[in-house]
Design a protein around this ligand. Sequence first.
Ligand code: FES
Length: 102
Amino acid sequence: MVKIDVTDAVRSLGAGESRAFAAGSEEIALCRGDSGVFAVADLCTHAHARLTDGFVLGDLIECPLHQAQYRLDTGERVEGPECPALRTFPLIEQDGRWFVET
Ligand code: FES
């Protein structure tokens, strides 16, 4: 298991913004949706485009390549080409700091 400190990003991400992080072998997109900050896999499950190059729309993230849309909370695909759900990662608050665990 890898645990990374994302406190600065959690504090600075504006509405609809995302930022890429590496955590061991995982590439993670930290995104601020309408309901808060979420951590999901940064690579689209359709053809591996980088989702942080796409768009956060409400509580969804849209792939820039073929416009698959995934829920930020569950990773479920709700629009676009047929493909598996995105992996999601817990965002954990500890003593005023925020961490993602993979
Ligand atoms: S690569 Fe993301 S929808 Fe095709």
